[in-house]
Design a protein around this ligand. Structure first.
Ligand SMILES: NC(=O)c1ccc[n+]([C@@H]2O[C@H](COP(=O)([O-])OP(=O)(O)OC[C@H]3O[C@@H](n4cnc5c(N)ncnc54)[C@H](O)[C@@H]3O)[C@@H](O)[C@H]2O)c1
Length: 427
């Protein structure tokens, strides 16, 4: 089999890793328009952090793999999988231009027996539009098979999670099932494209809503002076019907985008629905930022530098992804209001160059976030942060310093409250 994966970002890279470990005798090509990314691939350096990613790539048979930025000829492939980005524009509407451009480019690489798989997240009805826009009837086979994995553990999940397959004819269904059955034992078939397009967006809207509920609770607790995390822990204890998550920042490339894409799907029928989860999750972070801004204001010109610990959009599992991370919102708001304050960052998984691109200064060690800072913001909930000896480490801070922890990672009794204030939302 000849397989082409288009777009080697977070999704394409992990899918490539999974496919090349299961399709031993196939010829697999990864196509990405970024020269830097392709050169890095050739040096075994990948855009996404995942604990065993390099191990999967070590299984490779290099004669059968290729990474390119463009095609020299019209080489044909049996399977073409599109994994390019589908970002929102400023009006929170999906921008399909990257997706459509990539399809136009690889159309020449399809033959009549090929299967074109769209893996990017799209608004409901996009697959139908793609067929009308780019392909005459029966040009080749088509399937919509969305990515549902979690960043940081994607390769394992590709092989474990049920794969959604949306097709509208028997041959496409057969080919898509043959392909994905090599990757996972569980397949859920839909006889339309629309349904899996919808399910993908619904998954993320649901997660966003679950977190928004916890954040709403935390905002109420904040007003009442009750510790939200303790409350939720006790409410969940041996009462499985609850299963309420802990409050925390919700950003990232998917949850901050997909609820809007779902709403985009129905806008043309004038059925606008409000996305409460996004409003609540954004309010939660704003409440946190406003507390910090007020504190800086109170201390007048006494604060010249701030440290931030953890800037990725989530910490479980670990990722290096800072796209749409709420840490960036926090950084931008501080910089806007207090342009003279220097922001120092430590994140175990983020490259120093990415930190410099944010106009911030990288710190070498996690301890450095506390040493001689008046104000430390904890934005991560990774294990390397949760497992810190906060009692010992916070002693390195100046007297009357403040730790703002958006995750309430630590128990107040482990903090030297004579010396340090420990604050957040809802505790
Ligand atoms: N990040 C996730 O974990 C995740 C999870 C589920 C679904 N998704 C969805 O999957 C899609 C891809 O997400 P991502 O995070 O991997 O995006 P990404 O931006 O990290 O990667 C996309 C890659 O496509 C490349 N590209 C763009 N146009 C191209 C072209 N014409 N030809 C070749 N390469 C091209 C880019 O250079 C980039 O490397 C999005 O629709 C996203 O919503 C993402």
């Amino acid at each position: 089999m000849k397989i082409l994966i288009v777009g080697l970002g977070y999704v394409g890279t992990t899918l490539f890793a999974a496919i090349q470990s299961k399709f031993k005798n196939s010829y697999i090509v990864g196509l990405d328009k970024s020269n830097i990314l392709i050169n890095n691939f050739k040096k075994y350096s990948y855009p996404t952090y995942e604990i065993n990613l390099k191990k999967y790539f070590r299984l490779k048979n290099s004669n059968k793999l290729n990474f390119i930025t463009k095609f020299k000829d019209k080489e044909k492939f049996d399977y073409v999988i599109i994994c390019v980005g589908t970002p929102l524009n400023q009006n929170k509407e999906i921008n399909n231009s990257i997706l459509f451009k990539s399809i136009k480019q690889v159309k020449k690489n399809l033959h009549k027996n090929s299967l074109l798989i769209i893996r990017s997240s799209v608004k409901v009805g996009t697959m139908e539009l793609i067929k009308k826009k780019f392909f005459k009837k029966n040009f080749c086979s088509f399937a919509y098979c969305p990515e549902r994995t979690i960043e940081g553990n994607a390769v394992k999940e590709i092989m474990k999670l049920p794969q959604l397959i949306g097709t509208e004819d028997k041959i496409s269904k057969l080919k898509a099932n043959l392909f994905f059955s090599k990757l996972t034992k569980k397949i859920i078939n839909f006889n339309s494209y629309k349904e899996p397009e919808f399910v993908k967006l619904m998954d993320n809207y649901h997660r966003d809503t679950k977190f928004a509920f916890a954040n709403e609770i935390s905002i109420i607790c904040d007003k009442l002076g009750i510790n939200a995390k303790n409350l939720i822990q006790k409410a969940n204890y041996e009462f499985k019907r609850n299963n309420i998550p802990f409050p925390g920042p919700v950003g990232g490339p998917c949850l901050s985008k997909d609820p809007y894409i779902l709403m985009n799907s129905i806008k043309k029928n004038n059925l606008k629905t409000k996305i409460y989860s996004r409003d609540t999750n954004e309010n939660f972070v704003n409440l946190f930022i406003n507390k910090i801004l007020r504190e800086i204001q109170l201390k007048k010109n006494n604060i010249s530098k701030i440290s931030i610990l953890g800037i990725t959009f989530k910490g479980k599992p670990d990722t290096n992804d800072i796209r749409n991370s709420t840490a960036i919102t926090i950084i931008n708001k501080i910089k806007k209001k207090f342009p003279k304050i220097k922001i120092y960052i430590y994140d175990k998984f983020v490259d120093n160059n990415e930190i410099k691109k944010l106009n911030c200064l990288p710190l070498k060690k996690v301890e450095d976030c506390f040493t001689r800072f008046d104000l430390c913001i904890i934005h991560g909930n990774n294990n390397y942060i949760k497992n810190l000896n906060i009692n010992k480490i916070s002693n390195k801070m100046k007297k009357n310093s403040i730790i703002y922890d958006i995750w309430n990672n630590f128990n107040l009794k482990n903090i030297n409250i004579e010396k340090i204030l420990y604050k957040g939302v809802g505790f």
